[in-house]
Structure formats: C-alpha cells, structure tokens
Ligand binder design. Structure first.
Ligand code: PEP
Length: 251
C-alpha cells in the first residue's frame, strides 16, 4: 500500500515571522487529529532550519524547493544536496514548471539535480505536466512522457524507487482551474504505465504519484479519491494552516 503524501510548496512567500506562525498553526491543527498522510512543508531556503527544528516533533517532514546540480565548491548562491541533508531536509521539489520556465531548467539540469538529491538521501518530488496549448493540441501524454523519461528513466531501480512524481498540469497551477478528477486519474494511470514498461509492475505500483494544481480543501477529496492519486503538491492553499491541514486530512 502506497503512503499518502501532502506537500506544501510555499514558493517565494512569507516573512520569517509568518513562516514560524504558519508552522506552529499547522502543528497545532495536526496535533488535534493524527493526519493519515505524510505531511511535508517546503519553505524557502532561509526558513528550512526553522522547519526542520519543528519537524523534530515528528508531525511534519521538510522539503526544499530547489537543489544544486553540483556537489560542492565555487558555485556562488547554490545550496547543495549534502547541505540540505545535514539540516534534516527529507524531500526536494525538482522540475517544477516555474523553474523550467523562469530559470530555464532543462532535462540535463533536472537530471543532475535528481542525481544529487538521491546521492545524498533526499527524495525528489519530480514535477511533470503539460501547458495549456500542449493539452489543447492533444500533446499532454507526449509531454508528460518526455518529462518522465528524460528526467527519471536513467535511474536504476533502487534509485527510482525513492522518487515521488507530481503531475502538475501547468494550466492548473495557481489559476483556480483544477484538472478534473478524471483528467488526473487518466494521467496518473498513464504515468504508471510508463513506469511499468521501464521498471516493471511492482515498482510502478509502489511509486507515489501526487496531483498538483489549484488543489484546495473543497476539491481535494474528489481528486484524492481517484485510483492512482496518492496525495497532492499544494501551492497557494498551503499558505493557510487550516486549509492545508484540511487538505492533508482528505488524503
Ligand atoms: C504548485 O505550484 O506546485 C501548485 C500546485 O500551486 P497551486 O496549488 O497554487 O496551483
């Protein structure tokens, strides 16, 4: 049975004080009722230590939003996988459409980031998903296949086993236009077929695939209930503790 995961991608939001308040509120709400899902918060880099300190209570895990493709050394501004690991970071979002778009992260770069994460014991949350023109042109399967193959299929079975995939249609991110539960189910099933072809059924059945894109407490249940949807990667709705915890409870 696959573990359900709900991860909050805070993106570039909140002051340090607001971040602390948000984590405290999340923990208080989770305390009231044991969340069935693994709850992950992915704050900006400067707040990671704050989050990993709170994670010692065992209620949440911490993810980073980015990771260097390099090991160590003269790469000004970069943060390495070993640094993140040494702070208690467990996950890292890689391949998010905002990084593909605004920071020109291509397959080669993403592969290097995935490799770094795995080398240092950090589980990638690897994002894949088509844009609106791609979906309208009927190219969504082709695009997602390319993201999955080029980003992940160089991994051996043991490495791949640690990867979490997030299907995030770009047209649904931050737009309020969630994929229908049927669209999510269809794409999750397609991704699992690709994994079966490459790694076999056992690995495919064990792979956690999250949905992301305008997921909130009102629509989470109908998406999470679909076969093959193992939880969510949540952007905007992860910035409000009650909303986020309510989504976690639906996973
Ligand atoms: C995201 O950016 O990963 C995301 C899912 O954002 P939102 O929930 O705001 O659409």
């Amino acid at each position: 049975m696959r573990r359900k995961i709900v991860a909050g991608n805070w993106k570039m939001n909140l002051t340090f004080q607001e971040a602390e308040e948000l984590i405290e509120e999340i923990l208080e709400l989770l305390d009231e009722e044991n969340a069935p899902a693994e709850v992950v918060v992915c704050p900006p880099y400067p707040y990671l230590e704050l989050a990993t300190d709170y994670s010692e209570e065992g209620m949440i895990k911490v993810g980073a939003q980015n990771i260097s493709p390099f090991d160590s050394g003269a790469y000004t501004g970069e943060v390495s996988a070993s640094m993140l690991k040494s702070m208690g970071v467990s996950y890292c979002i890689i391949g998010h459409s905002e990084r593909r778009k605004y920071f020109n992260e291509d397959d080669k770069m993403l592969t290097a980031k995935v490799n770094q994460a795995l080398k240092h014991g950090i589980r990638p949350i690897f994002c894949v998903g088509e844009s609106l023109p791609e979906r309208e042109a009927g190219r969504h399967f082709e695009v997602v296949r390319s993201h999955v193959r080029h980003g992940l299929f160089h991994l051996d079975t043991d490495e791949f086993h640690k990867v979490i995939i997030a299907y995030e249609p770009v047209w649904a991110i931050g737009t309020g236009a969630t994929a229908t539960p049927e669209q999510a189910e269809e794409m999750h099933s397609y991704i699992r077929t690709l994994i079966t072809e490459r790694y076999g059924e056992e690995i495919a059945e064990a792979t956690i695939i999250l949905y992301g894109g305008s997921c909130n407490s009102s629509n989470a249940s109908e998406i999470f209930i679909k076969k093959g949807v193992d939880g969510g990667l949540i952007g905007g709705a992860s910035l409000k503790a009650d909303e986020f915890v309510s989504i976690c409870r639906k996973a």
